[in-house]
Each structure stands twice: as structure tokens, then as C-alpha cells.
Design a protein around this ligand. Structure first.
Ligand SMILES: [Fe+2]
Length: 138
């Protein structure tokens, strides 16, 4: 991956993009061997199996907009959701939001590119329980 692409997609997006060759063409990156070890999903929670409900981001879509919610408390800077990112099917960054645990909930909203159809990835980063990814089709 070129540095420019890594920066454009963000660290987490770059991680998923880097997984594509490992997963093989046509293979779901969320089913790669790194799921459950390097990043986590509801299906592959790895060492955080008891943390799925509060960490796997939930995606809802309506009218070209996407809402991402992580049902995780915000306990000051000791334990909180640091950020959300939304990526398209090619792991290009659609949007991201950093959270202030003293005033924000772990919720973010994004406008999809006009006419976008395909897969989206919501990424949610907990400062204690690592990176979680959920995919949806729009
Ligand atoms: Fe957490």
C-alpha cells in the first residue's frame, strides 16, 4: 500500500486494506485470519468475547445517511470510545468522528456519496478493548 493511500484511509482503514492480500481475492476481509486477533467483530470477538455488545458498532441506514452507534459507556478518559470511522467497499474513508468522553456519546452520522451502493464498514475504537468492525450493505 502506498503511504498516500494509507493516510487517506486512516490507520484502521489501512489495516483492513492491508488484509485484502491475506484474505485472498473475493474473500470477506472480516473473515480473514486477523479477525479476532488484530481487530474484532461480533462473529470473531477473540479475547474480548464478553465485550461484543458494548463494542461492535451498530449500523443503521436511511435516505443516503448512515448512523453508527457503539453501546459503550463514556467513563472519562479512563475508558471510552475514541473514534468511529466509516469506510466504503474499497476501504476509502467516507467519514470519521473523534469523541470527547466528557461530553459525547459514541454515535456518529455520515452522508453516503451520492448514489453509493455496496458494502460499508463501521469501525469503532475503544481505548481498552481495541478496534471493532461491523459491515453492512447499502
Ligand atoms: Fe471498552
Amino acid at each position: 500500500m502506498k503511504r498516500r493511500d494509507f493516510i487517506r484511509t486512516g490507520v484502521a482503514g489501512g489495516l483492513l486494506t492491508g488484509l485484502a492480500p491475506l484474505a485472498g481475492a473475493g474473500t470477506d476481509p472480516l473473515e480473514s485470519p486477523l479477525a479476532g486477533g488484530v481487530f474484532y467483530t461480533a462473529a470473531h470477538p477473540g479475547r474480548w468475547a464478553r465485550k461484543v455488545g458494548g463494542h461492535a458498532p451498530r449500523i443503521t441506514t436511511a435516505g443516503g445517511r448512515v448512523k453508527v452507534v457503539t453501546k459503550h459507556g463514556m467513563h472519562g478518559y479512563k475508558h471510552y470510545i475514541v473514534k468511529h470511522q466509516l469506510l466504503d467497499a474499497d476501504f476509502k474513508l467516507i467519514g470519521e468522528r473523534m469523541f470527547d468522553p466528557d461530553k459525547d456519546e459514541a454515535e456518529s452520522e455520515y452522508a453516503l456519496p451520492a448514489g453509493y451502493k455496496g458494502r460499508i464498514y463501521a469501525l469503532s475504537l475503544c481505548n481498552k478493548h481495541d478496534l471493532w468492525v461491523t459491515a453492512a450493505e447499502v
